[in-house]
Design a protein around this ligand. Structure first.
Ligand code: ZN
Length: 629
């Protein structure tokens, strides 16, 4: 795929939940997914900044006119999260964690901590703002051979968790609201997508080594600013998986490059936005007797069909130079973000039950000529903002890529989510006095600064006799704690334990099984069975699969799979009989008869006897027989 003429500039902003026992501005414990006991209902209103402007992102959310419903459990949330009590003093353990990270990155810790309020109005905070504290500035992150400047390190409160999005309301759970987060902003770098992934990995590793990082799904989120040379960045918010980072960057580069090309093409045609993009025309009357189900449904719901002509745009909407990169998709994603079903453009018609006669009628009505295109939007009276935003977007097709906030789709693509917020979004939190950062505090944190990853890795390889790949994998794994526990409490080889917790689990999850049902207790029991010889290492994958499918313990799986191990005595007998009954093979192949005989035996005892043991017994039996010949 050719994306060459441009280099991407990528800025990472990492958000990591801190594992410091309690929330940032109250004493509530950190408990995800607490069952809901109470419910509160709020509508948020946009407030103006000091300059009297209302932020475009704020207006975008406000105009959706949705209620916010907050559900919570009193064990996980208190009056602070409900915004019915002022915040308590800041959790100093979270501040210490951030100072520790700052020291590890060589950043300058500020002398005074000022708690600020950052406006958010998507409903994810009951107060309408998020509290944030700048802890350090500058610094350098080293990732292998590259150095990335650090801009800021802050501590902030996590947002409430969106659990349901309905037509009339958003439902949030307050369990996550107020959980301390560290936010690290890196300076934008010009680098290939894979390198950016390595940078994100290095930063994640540093955080984990401090011991302050919370583990598990959703505890780490990346915001990625991506721009092509000479254009403003788009921000992709909330990327949770590291391996999506390069895919997202590549997709954004292609998407932005296509937008650049479209603008260039329009210019070459001598077109400009004002004369090219028409006004909306109500074309509902042309569809009175239409057979299209989408159109019929919309009309039955009191909506209208609006048509807009785009001079010289014929063919541009369906042009797809890269997978899932199309102008049509730009508008359709935006329409969806504004709550409309989507848009219909002339490049894809006739389709959706809209006939070529319908198309001709629209073309005549809108004076659409051969080289032009048109877009149909099905919208109601209240959708004025959506219509206006879509037309604004069309006008800006002449500019190339435009700044937006986008979200990841999970497959490496991104999708429009809202306009980019303006910059005037912070004001001081008056409920909390400033905190002085003392020399003593910094010295206390210095003790927690971890060793560099390369040193930790080397120590680990030495201590457990792991190879480098396996040591990296287990250090990156969420099961690191379990690995250490199993190694200290059993006689199992650390390499075997590491292979089970990394490669075997990957194998099982690649088969589409949900390994998240395996908690540490269940896995620990499996290792105990292995350690006692009641389970052979050959049967581990089958047992893991059974545990995931059935949601039962390793012990139960052994029974269900009929994996009762063969006794030492029976095994010896079986090996002896196999050798005797295949005497001819042993006599002709001598020691080399081991291979075929081992194959026969393992066929019979797989999962019920340890391969090493079988091999030892077989070698002995073969030797015995050969001596007697
Ligand atoms: Zn609380």
């Amino acid at each position: 795929m050719e994306t060459r003429p441009f280099k991407a500039k990528v800025g990472l902003e990492l958000h990591q939940q801190l594992n410091v026992g309690r929330k940032l501005f109250c004493d509530c414990p950190i408990m995800e997914y607490a069952e809901a006991e109470y419910k509160i209902l709020r509508y948020l209103r946009p407030t103006q900044s000091e300059l009297g402007e209302v932020d475009p992102a704020v207006m975008f959310e406000f105009r959706k006119n949705k209620a916010n419903i907050y559900i919570y459990n009193s064990k996980a949330s208190c009056l602070v999260e409900c915004d019915e009590e002022p915040p308590h003093p800041i959790n100093m353990d979270a501040v210490k964690a951030a100072i520790t990270v700052a020291l590890a990155l060589g950043s300058k810790v500020v002398e005074e901590l000022h708690v600020m309020r950052k406006i958010v109005i998507d409903g994810s905070n009951t107060t309408g703002f998020q509290r944030t504290v700048l802890v350090a500035l500058d610094g350098v992150l080293k990732a292998d051979d590259i150095e990335v400047p650090v801009q800021t390190i802050s501590v902030e409160e996590d947002a409430a968790r969106l659990v349901e999005e309905r037509d009339d309301a958003k439902v949030f759970s307050l369990d996550r609201l107020g959980v301390p987060l560290i936010e690290i902003s890196l300076a934008p770098i010009e680098a290939d997508p894979k390198t950016v992934e390595r940078v994100a990995l290095a930063l994640g590793r540093l955080l984990r080594l401090t011991g302050f990082a919370a583990r598990g799904i959703g505890t780490i989120r990346q915001d990625i600013n991506i721009s092509i040379e000479g254009f403003p960045p788009c921000e992709v918010k909330g990327v949770q998986k590291l391996d999506l980072i390069p895919k997202i960057i590549e997709y954004e580069m292609m998407r932005q490059y296509h937008l650049y090309n479209v603008a260039r093409l329009l210019k070459e045609k001598g077109l400009d936005s004002i004369s090219s993009i028409g006004e909306y025309v109500d074309v509902t009357c042309l569809f009175e007797g239409a057979s299209s189900r989408i159109v019929r449904n919309a009309l039955d719901n009191g909506k209208k069909v609006y048509g807009i002509k785009l001079k010289g745009f014929r063919g541009l909407f369906k042009m797809e130079p890269y997978p899932n990169v199309r102008l049509g998709l730009e508008l359709a994603d935006m329409a969806r973000a504004y709550g409309l079903g989507g848009i219909i453009h002339s490049d894809e018609l006739p389709a959706y039950g809209i006939s070529s006669e319908d198309v001709e009628r629209v073309k005549a009505y809108l004076s659409v000529e051969e080289s032009d295109a048109f877009v149909l939007v099905l919208a109601g009276e209240r959708d004025y903002d959506a219509l206006s935003a879509l037309r604004q977007r069309m006008l800006r097709f002449f500019e190339g890529p435009v700044p937006e906030t986008r979200g990841p789709t999970g497959d490496g693509r991104t999708r429009y989510s809202r306009p980019r917020p303006g910059s005037a979004r912070m004001y001081p939190e008056t409920d909390i006095p400033l905190i002085r950062v003392t020399r003593e505090l910094i010295e206390e944190c210095r003790k927690f600064v971890p060793k560099p990853w390369s040193e930790v890795l080397r120590d680990y390889m030495q201590k457990y006799g792991l190879n480098e790949k396996l040591a990296n994998q287990i250090l990156d794994s969420v099961y690191l704690g379990l690995f250490e526990k199993v190694c200290s409490m059993t006689k199992l080889s650390p390499t075997l334990v590491a292979v089970v917790l990394t490669e075997h689990l990957v194998t099982v999850s690649r088969e589409g099984l949900d390994i998240s049902v395996l908690d540490e207790g269940m896995l620990f029991e499996l290792f105990q069975l292995l350690d006692s010889g009641r389970v052979s290492k050959e049967s581990v994958i089958d047992i893991l699969k059974c545990m995931c499918k059935e949601g039962v313990s390793a012990g139960d799986c052994v029974k269900r799979l009929g994996l009762k191990p063969i006794s030492e005595e029976d095994l010896a007998k079986m090996v002896h009989e196999t050798v005797v009954s295949n005497r001819a093979i042993v006599e002709s192949l001598k020691e080399r008869s081991f291979g075929p005989l081992m194959g026969m035996l393992m066929e019979k005892v797989r999962g019920k006897a340890d391969g090493g043991k079988v091999s030892r017994l077989l070698k002995e039996e073969i030797a015995k027989l050969l001596q007697n010949i």
